[in-house]
Ligand binder design. Structure first.
Ligand code: PRX
Length: 649
């Protein structure tokens, strides 16, 4: 019952916060929002004037080839310039850009001027190896400053970065490298996670073994104090520190065209193959800048900390581009929240006097489980704003966050967005919007939403749709324009962007995200396509068929349950189960492991042979089964249910 009362509560921002906020009342939000919808071009043009342009745009929005929209066409600019040089030119070079803390406790403090210097050196090193504008660069690094440096060095010279989260396996690296014909990989000998060393270079070596497109591998020595075993291949591999030391710290930023590709980021969809989401220069620049400024209410004295990894879109936009364009000081932490103990995050907040903290609901639920004792004697009074991202937050977790971390004085921005949207789409304005636990509330400026039925009728409970283009939107799927159109723009006849989420509008006009409406599952805020796992399982010679579903999970938000049928006459036991888990580790990464694998002789299907996932979900949630009359063979379900119950005991 508690969640119902929580959901209905409203929390207005405290006057002390609103007074100094960029957007300080609902009236100013509504006025500006209306302006942004009535005349989006004027709105975005004005936002863009805060930034540096080598050449101003001719048009703000060109929709002539929709859905291949163009923003700020005719302009020339550079993201790295706007993140670094602009601040230095305006006298802010000495400001701290990054307070970095490694998991073992080593620390580094880097000013914007120092970051600029390092970025220029690496950019020159890349150029000296023949990297040119448009070349794709894979980045497979732990959360160390060189990750930010690598991203910004690519942007500086117009190379396209493709960051691969360092939890992905060698096979996943190979898929991404081959799909984008990556030319160079920047990696490290290793990184620290929960006290253990992840030998990243070895994983890269395995991944790129048969990738002739890779010409060079630059290796950061993370284990400089304690050498990490790191085989180097002659001609192909070189050490980062040796390369940058030999280079000049002067490297002019390339003048990029508005729609030049800035980065690729692979994400899961409804098919087995991850898609390379394309983000381009000028629109993403303005969108990441403005959302950061307003949603985090960034001020010169803030110390911001986003706990995401740069391997995901949250890190791209809200660690690197959006945050650095605002010249904010931030904390970057390499490791796990529970190393050496469960109080690590609170210790970091206290130590660096973090004022803005942005994390995922799955982390908040883990903190709740670990208990309040980790907060005793911790001074979190520096915090003034909290945020969440990645999945719906349950009201209980929201309330705990509000009370225990925010001391009931910090607004919480629950931000709904996606890899594809580039930045925040639904979010409270922290100094204006009254919040409700579990609700991402209202659209950001320029974002025009609708809730539709499958047929495009406007309703209060249905599927979320975005009516107008926005500058941060993806521009395509690498190498597959058709898939881009079909996945995002075809659902309602090309009129709207289809994000794949369900939504409900309440009596205040607030939008509640109800979860994915496709076969994408959100595990600990990581997006995993069920088809991706299924295509791995069926590669096993004993497996005939498989169906994977998402079910609610106390900490992870959702967990994966796999149903696997085995070829007639083959045995299935724990041995096969282990083999299948190993295959997932190898093909995707450990984070995609299912909670459970159930074997059966068949899957519940309709008479036309379609797998009934709804029934699988009911079985996996231990629910009473709904209507099973359309099943071809109802006995299959009984057998699966019995097995599920036996496994749960
Ligand atoms: O289902 C939504 C969920 O995460 C999906 C996007 O995943 P990804 O591209 O990996 O990006 C995550 C970080 C932006 C969405 O389609 N999601 C994200 N944020 C929220 C959310 N669901 C509910 N509330 C949120 N605040």
């Amino acid at each position: 019952m508690e969640s119902i009362t929580h959901e209905n509560r409203k929390f207005a921002p405290l006057a002390a916060f609103s007074e100094n906020a960029h957007i300080n009342s609902m009236e100013s939000y509504t006025t500006l929002y209306q302006k942004s919808i009535d005349d989006p071009e004027a709105f975005w043009a004005e936002a863009a004037t805060d930034l540096h342009w080598f050449k101003k745009w001719d048009t703000v929005l060109d929709a002539s080839e929709a859905p291949f929209y163009k923003w700020f066409d005719g302009s020339r600019t550079n993201l790295s310039y706007n993140c670094l040089d602009r601040h230095i030119n305006e006298g802010r070079g000495e400001k701290i850009a990054i307070h970095w803390e490694g998991e073992p406790g080593d620390v580094r403090t880097i000013s914007y001027a120092e970051l600029h210097e390092e970025v220029c050196r690496l950019a020159n090193a890349m150029k000296s190896k023949g990297v040119q504008k448009g070349d794709r660069i894979g980045i497979y690094l732990p959360m160390i400053p060189e990750l930010a440096v690598s991203v910004l060095a690519c942007a500086r010279i117009g190379a396209v970065h493709s960051v691969i989260f360092a939890g992905f396996s060698a096979d996943a690296i190979r898929d991404r490298v081959l799909d984008s014909e990556t030319r160079m990989v920047i990696t490290a000998d290793g990184g620290y996670r929960r006290g253990k060393i992840l030998e990243l270079k070895k994983i890269v070596d395995e991944g790129i073994e048969d990738c002739p497109c890779i010409k060079d591998v630059i290796v950061v020595q993370r284990g400089d104090a304690h050498p990490i075993d790191c085989p180097m291949k002659d001609e192909r591999d070189c050490w980062y520190h040796e390369e940058v030391a030999a280079m000049s710290e002067v490297c002019p930023a390339e003048e990029m065209e508005a729609e030049d590709l800035l980065f690729l980021l692979y994400t899961s969809g409804t098919t087995g193959k991850p898609k390379g989401v394309m983000h381009t220069t000028a629109g993403y620049q303005v969108f990441s800048y403005l959302t950061s400024k307003y949603v985090f209410d960034l001020k010169p004295d803030d110390v911001y900390w986003c706990t995401a990894d740069v391997g995901w879109i949250t890190g791209h936009t809200y660690i690197i581009y959006g945050i650095m364009q605002n010249c904010a000081t931030q904390v970057m932490y390499e490791g796990a929240p529970n190393h050496p103990d469960e109080g690590r995050f609170w210790e970091i907040i206290e130590k660096y006097k973090v004022s803005i903290f942005y994390t995922a609901p799955t982390a908040i639920r883990a903190f709740m489980k670990w208990g309040d004792k980790w907060l005793v004697d911790r001074d979190l009074s520096s915090l003034r704003l909290l945020g969440t991202v990645g999945e719906p937050i349950n009201p209980e977790a929201w309330i705990w966050y509000h009370k225990m971390i925010g001391g009931e004085r910090c607004p919480i921005v629950d931000t709904w967005w996606q890899t594809e949207t580039g930045g925040h789409m639904l979010t409270p304005m922290p100094g204006a919007t009254p919040t409700k636990p579990g609700c991402a509330t209202l659209p950001f400026f320029g974002i025009d939403t609708a809730i539709l039925t499958d047929d495009g009728e406007e309703v209060d409970v249905g599927i979320l749709a975005i009516k107008q283009p926005w500058p941060g939107m993806l521009r395509g799927i690498y190498g597959d324009p058709q898939r881009f159109k079909e996945a995002y723009w075809c659902k309602w006849g090309g009129q709207y962007y289809f994000p794949g989420d369900g939504a409900r509008r309440d009596e205040d006009g607030y939008i509640w995200i109800t979860g994915r409406v496709d076969d994408v599952v959100n595990v600990s805020g990581h997006r995993i396509g069920t088809a991706e796992l299924e295509s791995v399982f069926v590669e096993h010679p004993d497996v005939a068929e498989s169906a994977v579903v998402g079910v609610p999970h106390e900490i992870k938000g959702q967990g994966l349950i796999a149903f696997v049928t085995v070829i007639d006459g083959r045995d299935y036991d724990d041995h096969l189960r282990k083999e299948l888990v190993t295959m997932i580790d190898k093909s995707i990464g450990k984070f995609a492991r299912p909670e459970r694998i159930l074997f059966s002789s068949d899957l519940p299907k309709t008479r036309s042979g379609k797998i009934m996932r709804r029934i699988l979900r009911d079985i996996a949630e231990g629910k009473e089964l709904g209507n099973t009359t359309t099943l071809a063979d109802p006995s299959v379900v009984e057998a699966l249910q019995a097995q599920y119950i036996a496994m749960s005991q």
